[in-house]
Design a protein around this ligand. Sequence first.
Ligand SMILES: [Zn+2]
Ligand SMILES: [Zn+2]
Length: 386
Amino acid sequence: MSIDPQLISQMTEWRQHMHRFPECGFDLPLTADFIAEKLESFGIEVTRNVGEKGVVGVLRCGDGSASIGLRADMDALFIHEENQFEHRSQHDGKMHACGHDGHSAMLLGAASHLAQARNFNGTVHFIFQPDEEHGKGAQAMIDDGLFERFQMDAVYGLHNMPGLPEGSFTVRPGSLMASESSFEIVVEGIGGHAAMPHRGVDPIVVGSQIVLALQTIVSRNLSAIEETAVVSATEFVTNGTVNVIPSQVVIKGDCRCFTEDSLSKISESMERIVAGICQSAGAKYQFVFENTFYPTVNSPEQTKHAIRAAEAVLGTENVEGDCLPLTISEDFSSMLRVKPGCYALLGNGVESVGGCALHNPEYDFNDRILEYGARYWVQLVCNQLK
Ligand SMILES: [Zn+2]
Ligand SMILES: [Zn+2]
């Protein structure tokens, strides 16, 4: 299966155009219009404003009842681009530093190819979502009826990965990426003179015990075999001064884990620790645990389909089907909570262009992988919609 060289150069133009005009969060009028207009020009039926600025293209062929969803993200980051090349950002303070410009261009390329070739039997949904970076866009589309308004058997996503060789593909069944959650603990003590601590309740001593005890969650509440997690207290702020015991300590931090079961164990253990230590010291507390990204958990069957398509396009030697999980997060996880599917990583390269880390002001999506991504999407559709 090959792709017209003219389409490859078009994808490069689209990618660099989106790179020049990055938009963030849900505020993507130019990007969403650009994508919707391209899909319409291929003869694809388009629905706009699904989950604010989300775009869904629907392409039917034959009388088959099978259906598939392919998802790309459209949003950029609030980063000042430091690249000097011609297609650098024209929107000051915004930059496509995660390659979502490339994800959108690859999916547009696949849409263009499939709309012409029409060599499948069933329905393809091209899903372009806003606000991946803050973890709200996928859920916004789901809440706006994505999976009720557009019936699909499974949903697939793809992210570029610097540091992996150009055109290599990596995935695993089960948990591929971690959750991301934050917590805030406010310990209310009774402040006073540093020379007379017995007259108050010192929140620093209470807060310090909490910080140490939080480290027992991973070592004593999670299974050493089945669960891994990171619990980090990252801020400890008091309202005291050199000779004043503070009345309050605020502890903030971050947690990562790989299953929703671990996630609820962590938040429950955390509150139990905070409540117990505060009670024993006579302090009061407030506790907030906020989950931003769920763990990204791939369905076993759809992961097999993803591997099969990637092997056909990239060669068996370039496909790793059982990689180690990653501690970064992805809001495609919200889609995988409600639909079977698979999220996979496509190597962006290891050299100067493709090797620069995601979210770095010098990052750029490697245009040479546009073809691989588009061919993977097309192969997946042809395999699944026979
Ligand atoms: Zn990102
Ligand atoms: Zn990203």
